[in-house]
Design a protein. Structure first.
Length: 250
């Protein structure tokens, strides 16, 4: 029997699946789950800041157990109803509601830029991980997301990070950075950038800040994007759109 669920409301920041106008951002977030999924195989995984829950579902297909944690009450209730294969906890990321050394992997995608105490959160991640456990983390690259600014352009963000800043935060919390990657547009997305006057991102922003009417060709191109249209690379980190890191608890 198909579950009839009310979709989570769009907040202007949280990404949800199944919305044509949101597909670029959804796929840009999805690639991190797919690219790092191997680290979750057979593991006990905490997703700290699970949002809509689609990523926790992806992880649950390979993990031994997934604990989906979010502070928002509406979000937690939605995840519990929409994705019964994951265990849902409601709690504050500043004090993770798990015992020490109890999980193999912590996943934190597109969340740390929202937090006021980023070092404290990372220390909490270190605490709940078993020795040898991994933190998988992604965040917008400050250099390209809010170029030339220390204060983020996005009003939902407290502090955005450059590549060296993310690495310093991880090592300062006690992690060893195993991988630091940057997310870029792949060949097909670069061709769409050219088709939309140099940037498909800017084309979307113009619609949102303008009359809200989506040109059919732009909406068609956004809807056609898949996670495979993005690439992750250790090269040219400063020019990347997002940063993706794998860090190990010694």
């Amino acid at each position: 029997m198909t579950r009839e669920l009310e979709p989570l409301p769009l907040t202007g920041e949280r990404t949800v699946p199944g919305v044509p106008e949101e597909n670029y951002w959804f796929r840009r977030h999805e690639i991190a789950y797919l690219a790092l999924l191997e680290h979750c195989a057979g593991a006990r995984v905490l997703e700290a800041g699970c949002g809509e829950g689609y990523g926790a579902k992806v992880i649950a297909d390979v993990a031994d157990r997934v604990i989906a944690l979010d502070y928002d009450e509406l979000t937690s209730a939605h995840v519990a109803k929409a994705y019964p294969e994951v265990d849902v906890l409601r709690g504050n990321l500043a004090c993770l509601p798990l015992g020490s050394s109890t999980v193999d992997v912590v996943v934190n995608f597109q969340v740390i830029e929202h937090l006021w105490d980023q070092p404290g959160f990372l220390r909490e991640c270190l605490r709940v991980l078993r020795p040898g456990g991994r933190l998988l983390i992604s965040t917008p690259n400050r250099i390209t997301f809010s170029p030339g600014r220390d204060k983020p352009l996005n009003p939902f963000h407290t502090r955005e990070l450059a590549p060296s800043e993310l690495d310093s935060l991880l090592t300062g919390a006690g992690f060893v950075t195993e991988q630091l990657l940057g997310l870029h547009h792949g060949p097909r997305l670069r061709s769409l950038d050219a088709a939309h006057h140099g940037s498909i991102i800017d084309a979307q922003v113009r619609v949102v800040l303008g009359d809200g009417v989506w040109p059919p060709d732009l909406l068609r191109d956004i809807g056609s994007i898949t996670a495979s249209d993005f690439v992750l690379s250790a090269e040219d980190l400063d020019a990347s759109l997002d940063l993706v890191a794998v860090a190990v608890r010694p």
